[in-house]
Ligand binder design. Structure first.
Ligand SMILES: [Zn+2]
Length: 97
């Protein structure tokens, strides 16, 4: 599955904010994610036939941090560990390669 640049940015932001840990599962295919900018506001992410949709103001955009957070939370629920590589580690890895 190819990930677009905007999805990549949304996933990076969700990881930086540790938003996956704040995802609440309503039922299968329906999740709630807190707003990252407005206190007490929650957006709903729905997954239908593998397509993610969100009720936030970026809902018309190809990706948002809420959809990315649900994507990450679902990955983590399968037992996968999703980690970011810190810049210093990235440099070490690049030098070792
Ligand atoms: Zn959203």
């Amino acid at each position: 599955m190819a990930i677009t640049a905007s999805e990549q940015r949304a996933i990076s932001k969700a990881m930086n904010l540790e938003l996956a840990a704040q995802v609440t599962r309503v039922r299968l295919g329906l999740y709630r994610v807190p707003s990252t900018s407005e206190e007490g506001v929650t957006w709903t992410v729905a997954i239908e036939n593998g397509t993610y949709s969100c009720t936030c103001r970026a809902s018309n955009k190809p990706a948002c941090v809420h959809r990315a957070a649900v994507y990450l939370a679902k990955l983590q629920a399968t037992g996968a560990k999703v980690v970011g590589v810190k810049p210093a580690t990235r440099q070490r890895l690049a030098q070792a390669a």
